[in-house]
Ligand binder design. Structure first.
Ligand SMILES: [Zn+2]
Length: 260
């Protein structure tokens, strides 16, 4: 009998956690709100990287994504996750999910692994394609210059800088708050960020192959620091400040549409 209240408490806590995130079916698009999709890497039969002590990447990425989602929601941002539980999603399914919902920003969250156990740190990837002119252009084809309050105007070279700015703000803020070894913002040829029409970033939050970093990645406190970095960085990238009124400058007239 004594066990009953504890079981009940656990059920209530689990129910509350589940309730915090709206499923894609229930999601109602608000054209005045910034909209971010978080994509926790791996899941189900695909564990991703595994630390020497058995910490699985799929669990770390989901836990961090849920913390980022909570923070962004508190800032008034609409958030969807590609997965909210331990299930397998192919890269194509993730990509289709992001394409269908057309967020203002998507962040794929991963943890890294290296054959060299001393390697550690946080790195961010965006997809750049080499143009004939020699310019590096972000994968963002339909970046809407008026949608965010910051910066006010974006065109030509500035548009490319805007893509870098997204990565830069999010990366820098996360390094600042976690104190992680800075491995920089890089160009990555990853499927999720390559075949995507919205600004997309992939972050490698740390190395599970490094014993100390893997222990940190499994820690609630460190995950909160990473989450704050990613959420605050996203706000800085979109609005120029963390405590912004997260109402976008120009509502998106194209959304919602029939394909949603
Ligand atoms: Zn991964």
């Amino acid at each position: 009998m004594k066990k009953f209240p504890l079981v009940f408490l656990i059920i209530v806590l689990v129910a509350q956690t589940v309730q915090e995130f709206v499923s894609a079916e229930e999601f109602e698009y608000d054209q005045f709100k910034a909209f971010v999709i978080l994509d926790p890497g791996h899941g189900g039969k695909d564990s991703g990287a595994v630390s020497p002590s058995g910490i699985l990447e799929k669990n770390v990425t989901l836990s961090i994504a849920q913390k980022v989602a909570r923070r962004l929601s508190e800032y008034g941002v609409s958030v969807l996750l590609t997965r909210t539980d331990d299930r397998f999603l192919s890269l194509k399914e993730r990509n289709l999910f992001i394409k269908k919902h057309r967020p203002d920003l998507s962040i794929s969250i991963h943890a890294n692994s290296s054959p060299y156990p001393h390697v550690k740190g946080f790195e961010s990837f965006m997809y750049f394609k080499q143009k004939k002119t020699g310019f590096l252009l972000c994968s963002v084809e339909d970046l809407d210059p008026g949608r965010f309050l910051y910066p006010m105007s974006v065109s030509g070279q500035a548009r490319e800088n805007r893509c870098m700015q997204l990565a830069y703000f999010i990366h820098r803020k996360t390094i600042q708050l976690t104190g992680a070894n800075d491995r920089g913002v890089k160009s990555g040829n990853f499927y999720v960020i390559k075949h995507n029409q919205s600004p997309s970033l992939l972050v490698e939050t740390g190395f599970l192959s490094n014993r100390r970093e893997s222990e940190k990645l499994a820690q609630h406190e460190y995950q909160e620091k990473l989450a704050q970095g990613l959420a605050d960085g996203s706000m800085l990238a979109m609005f120029g400040k963390v405590n912004a009124l997260s109402v976008i400058a120009v509502p998106n007239k194209e959304k919602p549409n029939d394909s949603r």
